[in-house]
Write a protein that binds this ligand. Structure first.
Ligand code: ATR
Length: 343
C-alpha cells in the first residue's frame, strides 16, 4: 500500500488507508473480545494498514461486566503483540464530553501520559486535540502540545473539528501535520473551507466516518440500533430517503465489481487528489473481511466521469450530519478564546 506523509516531509509517514478502532469497544454495537480485536488489528497490518486511530474519549462500560473499557488499552494490547515499529498510533485528547480540565498545561500533559500508559508506548505518533476548547486560546493548547513533542511523548500534532481560523492560528505556533474531519460522499462541507486552508499550509486530512458510520456500504439495511440511531441521516424517513441516493452508488459499485464501501473510500482518495490535499481515511470496523476489503479499496480506479457522478450522488442528502449536542462542538459552531495581548 502507498505511504503518505501527513504534514509533508517533516510530518508522519502513514499507510494510505488507516483504521479507526473505536467500534471495537464502544458506540457501534457490543465490544468484541480482546483476542478477536488483536487478530483484527493484526490482519489490518498484514493488509498494509499501519495507521490506527483511537481517543481518550472512547471509553465505555462493558454491557455485561460493567468494567470500563478504554479503547486505547485494546490498541495498546494489540500493538504490544504485533510490534510497535509496525504501526503508527493516532490518539486524541479530551473532546467536550471527556474534557475534565482545560486543553493546555499540566492537565493536558497528565492526560497524554495516561494515554501513553494505556497504549503501552512511550511515544504517540499523532496526538490530536479532539475538540477545540472554547475557553483556552488555541495558541496555548498547541504550545502545550509542542512541549509534548519536545519531551518526546508525541511526534506530530493534529486537530479535529477545528475551524480554518483555528487551524491557521495553531499552525503558526507549531506545524499541524493533519486535520481529522468528517468527510465522505455525504458529508462534504469541509471542501469549501477546511480543505483550502490545509492545502495552503501543507496539512494532510484524515477523514473520519468515511463510510458515513456504515451507511455507505451494502451492509446497513436498517437504522443502526446503537449510538448511530441519534444521527439524523440514519433516522426514520431520512434513512429511507438517503437509501434511495445510496442505491445509485451501490449500482455503480456493482458495475465496477467492487463493494459500495470500497467505492466510497476510492472516491475520497480521488477527490483529495483533485483538490490537492493528502487524504488518509480511517474506516472503522470490527470485522476482518471488512478491513481487508477497505485496504483493497486503494486499488479501485476512479475515472473523472465517475468522480463527478459520485460527487453529486448525495446532493440531496436528507438530515444534518450530527444531532444537536454533537454539532455544538463541531468546527462551524465552536468559538475559541483569543490570546490575551502580551505585556
Ligand atoms: P466511524 O469513523 O464513525 O467509525 P465509518 O468508518 O464511516 O465510521 O463506518 C464504520 C462502520 O462501517 C462500522 O459500523 C462498520 O461495521 P463493521 O464493524 O460491521 O465492519 C462499517 N464498515 C466498515 N467497513 C465496512 C465494509 N467494508 N463493508 C461494510 N461495512 C463496513
Amino acid at each position: 500500500m502507498r505511504r503518505v506523509n501527513l504534514g509533508g516531509s517533516d510530518g508522519l509517514e502513514v499507510s494510505q488507508c488507516g483504521m479507526g478502532v473505536m467500534s471495537i469497544t464502544a458506540f457501534y454495537g457490543d465490544p468484541i473480545p480482546d483476542e478477536d480485536a488483536i487478530e483484527l488489528i493484526h490482519k489490518a497490518v498484514e493488509s498494509g494498514c499501519s495507521f490506527f486511530d483511537t481517543a481518550e474519549a472512547y471509553v465505555a462500560q462493558h454491557p455485561v461486566t460493567k468494567e470500563l473499557l478504554w479503547n486505547e488499552e485494546i490498541l495498546g494490547k494489540a500493538v504490544a503483540v504485533i510490534g510497535r515499529d509496525r504501526v503508527e498510533i493516532g490518539t486524541k485528547f479530551g473532546g467536550r464530553s471527556a474534557m475534565t480540565g482545560p486543553a493546555a498545561g499540566d492537565h493536558m500533559k497528565q492526560a497524554c501520559h495516561a494515554a501513553l500508559k494505556r497504549l503501552q508506548t512511550d511515544t504517540i505518533d499523532m496526538y490530536y486535540l479532539h475538540r477545540v476548547d472554547p475557553n483556552v486560546p488555541i495558541e496555548e493548547t498547541v504550545g502545550t502540545m509542542a512541549d509534548l513533542v519536545r519531551e518526546g511523548a508525541v511526534k506530530c500534532i493534529g486537530l479535529s473539528e477545528a475551524s480554518p481560523d483555528v487551524i491557521s492560528r495553531a499552525h503558526a505556533v507549531h506545524p499541524i501535520a493533519c486535520v481529522q474531519q468528517e468527510w465522505s460522499l455525504y458529508t462534504r462541507d469541509l471542501e469549501e473551507d477546511i480543505v483550502p486552508v490545509c492545502r495552503e499550509l501543507g496539512i494532510g486530512i484524515v477523514p473520519y466516518s468515511p463510510l458515513g458510520r456504515g451507511f455507505l456500504s451494502d451492509d446497513m439495511v436498517a437504522p443502526a440500533n446503537d449510538a448511530r440511531q441519534m444521527f439524523p441521516r440514519l433516522m426514520g424517513n431520512a434513512f429511507e430517503a438517503n437509501k434511495i441516493l445510496r442505491a445509485k452508488v451501490a449500482a455503480m459499485a456493482r458495475d465496477k465489481g467492487c463493494h459500495t464501501a470500497q467505492l466510497a473510500l476510492a472516491w475520497l482518495w480521488k477527490q483529495g487528489e483533485k483538490l490537492g490535499v493528502d487524504v488518509v481515511p480511517i474506516p472503522g470496523t470490527t470485522k476482518i473481511r471488512n478491513v481487508q476489503s477497505n485496504c483493497s479499496a486503494v486499488d479501485v480506479p476512479i475515472s473523472d466521469v465517475e468522480l463527478a457522478e459520485l460527487s453529486s450522488a448525495f446532493d440531496d442528502v436528507v438530515g444534518e450530519r450530527g444531532f444537536e449536542q454533537y454539532m455544538s462542538s463541531t468546527y462551524k459552531v465552536t468559538t475559541n478564546a483569543k490570546e490575551k495581548p502580551k505585556g
